[in-house]
Ligand binder design. Sequence first.
Ligand SMILES: Nc1ncnc2c1ncn2[C@@H]1O[C@H](COP(=O)(O)OP(=O)(O)O)[C@@H](O)[C@H]1O
Ligand SMILES: [Mg+2]
Length: 330
Amino acid sequence: MAMDLPVEAFNPTHRMMVYLEYSSSSMSLDGVPRASDHPVGHVPDDVAFEMKGRVLAGRYEVGDQVARGGMAVVYSGVHLGIGRRIAFKFLLPRYSVLPAARRRFRNEARIASSLRCSSVVSFFDTGRTDEGILYHVMEFLDGRDLGHILRDAREIPVDWAVRVTIQALWALKAVHSSGVVHRDLKPGNLFLAEQPGGGWMVKIVDFGLSRPGPLHEVEPAVTNPGSVVGTPHYLAPEQAMEQETVDARADLYSIGVVLYRMLARRFPFEGRGYTDVILAKVRGGAVPVDTVRPDLPPGLADVVMRAMARDPVDRHPDAGAFVQALMPYA
Ligand SMILES: Nc1ncnc2c1ncn2[C@@H]1O[C@H](COP(=O)(O)OP(=O)(O)O)[C@@H](O)[C@H]1O
Ligand SMILES: [Mg+2]
């Protein structure tokens, strides 16, 4: 049964904001565009976008489309040389013409690759099609993202929700130890990847909005000062105010909302649009999760609500501490 609130209900607005950010930052921050920023040839529109059957870079064959995010389309494929299953992530044509979006997309692969953590999706290669569409080549993940699972689930068992959250937090610990802040954690970016021997593990995908760490050699800042990125429901209030200065605790807030959502089947703050949700967050006072789901074991609601504290200093200090607090409930 579908859940009452679609996971990505606010995605169009969010992506529109990102689009605006890209447009403006490409004017003010990017300096002289590099030749490679400009696509060559005819860029297909998003509706006509179809890559199936193409062979890219002479060795990667594109298979079926498996998912579509806000800015990218993901396809399955095969590395012809070694027969390995792969996934492609193509930046949608609409974004492929925006220099700042292209930079951010290229940075994604660099940031994620540097993490070298099995709980982060692996990137193998990156390239561009003859039309100028950027793509990444990644490990192919079997399984489903948490967004899909939430949409189909009736009720999520408490211990299952806690285990997923702990796995996501372990992954996040590795991400944060490199100084990276993901900044777009939500169910659609947490993938439950089936493992060859059975079972599954959480892998973090989509570093498209991430803040790089101090040692990352990425292209220059692509976020406009004062601009906002992120999905409003999962966004920490301080991230809604000022994107650039957020630290790892903004990710912990987002994970807190993911857990809240799994347990309560609703969001801690509801609103009719982007601004409503953000204003509700800034005002504070989320409905405690045990009010919505009274059968929670004692103490768990406090752990969840602490992750979502309005002031970052009141949250769990880091991903490891959040894991410790959740352990008794797994
Ligand atoms: N390597 C992969 N293998 C299989 N599916 C993937 C892979 N990476 C992403 N996906 C799926 O594609 C969706 C969109 O990918 P994502 O990187 O989140 O793009 P976007 O930036 O557009 O949100 C994800 O929510 C996930 O379901
Ligand atoms: Mg995504």
